[in-house]
Design a protein around this ligand. Structure first.
Ligand SMILES: [Zn+2]
Length: 65
């Protein structure tokens, strides 16, 4: 059996929850890598969300309806 599959270490993204495999660019930083991409990394870092989700309650209908 000469089937040798290169097994890369994998992790689970802390943002999107998807598994991602080791990448060369993370070779030096793999231990601290927590996100599958810079996008997720940013999504996690940017706290742009505010409130608890209660924003647009029932909108008033058009005037004069
Ligand atoms: Zn992700």
């Amino acid at each position: 059996m000469a089937h040798h599959k290169p097994t890369l270490p994998t992790k689970t993204c802390a943002v999107c929850g998807r598994p991602f495999a080791w990448r060369r660019k993370w070779a030096r930083d793999w231990e601290s890598v927590r996100y599958c991409s810079e996008r997720c990394r940013r999504a996690k870092g940017s706290a742009g969300r505010r409130g608890d989700g209660r924003g647009g309650a029932a909108q008033p209908g058009p005037p004069g309806a």
